[in-house]
Design a protein around this ligand. Structure first.
Ligand SMILES: Nc1nc2c(ncn2[C@@H]2O[C@H](COP(=O)(O)OP(=O)(O)OP(=O)(O)O)[C@@H](O)[C@H]2O)c(=O)[nH]1
Ligand SMILES: [Mg+2]
Ligand SMILES: [Zn+2]
Length: 303
């Protein structure tokens, strides 16, 4: 039978068959590693074939259109697939409580851009913002809007922006990602009260979430609209990306690359660099350029 993986605990997989029924399935050892350097063989969003009789063993994993990867928790240099076959990647970010760094936002966008998966940023918890914070929010939203990313300020607390968000989910498979404690599960509960996903207060001490959601899970708003809630991401590794191609995943830098004097230009200190000129002229934002630099120069952030 053919089905769609809707939940993965690492040892068991929930699969929704074409009939609409859910099955608990297991995998065979030979699937242990389907993608080189990735610790999990199957991800939520994968299409599989599985045996009808118990124990339902998954026999085939259909080719993936795309997937998002985070760093594996152990420092093995490996990646962990968060989810696959997604139509849009939605980052839940917060200006406060906890604060999401621009470096993290850019890594998320770039991971998706590698597969040309459209990206959306939800800036949640706007009920907590003061005037000064709104100025900062406007500033960073202008940076991302300029590079073609849809930005939506929302509050799961007051409900502001959630109707518009709900419309964005129609007829698509959406991944919801972000740091722990930014409100991913709270937002989903709010727009779909039957979900009753577990949520938890963030720690006052560290201003960090507690990793309340532990496994990625797909929910169905209707037959064609699916959302994948995911556990808080600490770090995103840039998997399978060579230094020279990273500028390609910044849509505003992509068309400039050919204008650099040297065709192996990494846009750091080389003379005649079109990207650096664009930064000086304000065409490429300083913030995006610093994210780019940190991705090239910080080996610890690569794998
Ligand atoms: N003030 C305020 N608090 C919010 C908002 N959205 C979520 N929270 C609170 O933030 C805390 C964390 O929310 P969760 O939904 O558990 O966060 P999460 O992103 O799912 O976290 P993980 O599952 O750990 O990745 C909870 O105490 C929520 O009530 C919001 O818009 N405003
Ligand atoms: Mg959660
Ligand atoms: Zn250059």
């Amino acid at each position: 039978m053919k089905g769609l993986v809707t939940k993965s605990t690492g040892s068991w997989y929930t699969v929704k068959a074409e009939s609409g029924d859910f099955y608990d399935c297991q995998i065979r050892g030979k699937f242990r590693l389907t993608v080189k350097g990735i610790t999990n063989p199957l991800a939520v969003g994968d299409y599989v074939d599985f045996e009808e009789k118990s124990p339902h063993t998954i026999t085939v994993i259909h080719p993936r259109e795309n997937y998002l990867i985070r760093k594996a928790v152990k420092k093995t240099g490996h990646g962990h697939m968060i989810a696959s076959n997604i139509d849009q990647a939605i980052l839940v970010a917060t200006v406060k409580h906890p604060k999401t760094s621009l470096g993290f936002i850019d890594r998320f966008l770039i991971s998706a851009e590698g597969f040309r998966i459209p990206q959306i940023i939800l800036f949640n918890k706007i009920d907590l913002l003061k005037d000064k914070d709104f100025e900062y929010l406007d500033h960073i939203m202008s940076i991302y809007k300029k590079v073609g990313v849809l930005c939506l300020p929302v509050s799961a607390e007051t409900g502001e922006g959630l109707e518009a968000f709900k419309d964005l989910l129609l007829n698509k498979t959406s991944l919801i990602g972000g740091h722990s404690g930014v409100g991913k599960s709270t937002i989903l509960n709010k727009i779909h009260p039957n979900l009753a996903q577990k949520t938890a207060e963030i720690s006052d001490f560290s201003d960090k979430g507690k990793h309340t959601t532990t496994f990625a899970e797909m929910f169905f708003f209707d037959d064609h609209s699916k959302v994948i809630d995911t556990p808080g991401i600490k770090e995103l590794g840039l998997i399978d990306m060579e230094d020279f191609e990273i500028a390609d995943y910044f849509p505003e830098m992509r068309p400039l690359r050919n204008d650099c004097k040297f065709n192996n230009c990494l846009h750091l200190r080389e003379p005649g660099c079109a990207i650096k000129t664009a930064v000086e002229e304000g065409e490429v934002s300083e913030e995006r350029y610093s994210s780019y630099i940190s991705m090239i120069t910080n080996d610890d952030n690569r794998r």
